[in-house]
Design a protein around this ligand. Structure first.
Ligand SMILES: [Zn+2]
Length: 236
């Protein structure tokens, strides 16, 4: 199967203002990508109306939504109540998004997700930030809600070996996507690839979450990422 490349609007951190969600989506629409993840990093972003042009573009793409993690000022983590989940589900249904990614430690009440007719995905949290929702302890969440998916952030699970991670996934997770962060160096993807290339045998979406210093390299990064993700198939 041809592995797809997804890009998060979060890659425009400090390139566009958080308010400029529509500009971020338009910018991504110029690149050759298969899927797009819309990051609503701060709470107020849930109230930004999507432009007609972007809605048309998004309806034609595979789209996922990432729930907020910061309050409006961007200095503190937010809490996610029913109200925020309702707004996300509304946007999701409007543009036919596939699922909503949530940092589970921010949910006021995880049980409320069952009230919504929409797929949700939990991202594993760094152990030193919240032990309850780190990858090795997510089993409870998946037992409570078997429809949940997992967004695996490898940098949040760096104390675990790839074998251990795969073991947990096999045991209790429905893996949906893997986040790929790239560092600021020019050797952008090569450093990261030892991490995510261990997961190429999984049926999963790969989402690019950060960028190198220069935005003009993005089309090269996307091209290279696509090559790396599909190298196995060509027997390289
Ligand atoms: Zn996240």
């Amino acid at each position: 199967m041809n592995k797809e490349v997804g890009v998060s609007t979060g890659i425009f951190y400090k390139f566009y203002e958080e308010e400029e969600l529509n500009r971020k989506i338009s910018h991504i629409s110029r690149w050759n990508i298969d899927r797009i993840e819309i990051l609503f990093s701060r709470l107020f972003m849930l109230d930004i109306p999507l432009s007609g042009e972007n809605k048309t573009f998004l309806k034609k793409k595979k789209v996922t939504l990432h729930a907020p993690f910061f309050n409006n000022e961007g200095y503190d983590f937010c809490k996610l109540s029913r109200e925020e989940i309702r707004k996300l589900v509304k946007i999701g249904k409007e543009i036919n998004a596939e699922y909503i990614i949530i940092h589970p430690d921010l949910l006021e009440d995880a049980a409320m997700l069952k009230e919504f007719d929409f797929p949700f995905v939990f991202e594993n949290v760094k152990k030193d930030i919240n032990e309850e929702f780190c990858l090795e302890n997510l089993e409870k969440s998946f037992k409570l809600n078997p429809n949940l998916g997992l967004a695996l952030d490898l940098s949040h699970a760096e104390s675990l070996s790839n074998e251990k991670i795969k073991g947990y996934i096999k045991k209790y997770c429905n893996l949906k996507e893997i986040h790929i962060s790239i560092k600021e160096q020019t050797s952008f993807l090569e450093g990261e690839r030892q991490n995510f290339q261990n997961f190429l045998d999984q049926e999963v979406n790969f989402i690019l979450e950060s960028r190198p210093r220069s935005m003009d390299k993005m089309h090269l990064i996307i091209k290279r990422l696509k090559e790396i993700l599909n190298e196995d198939e060509k027997g390289l």
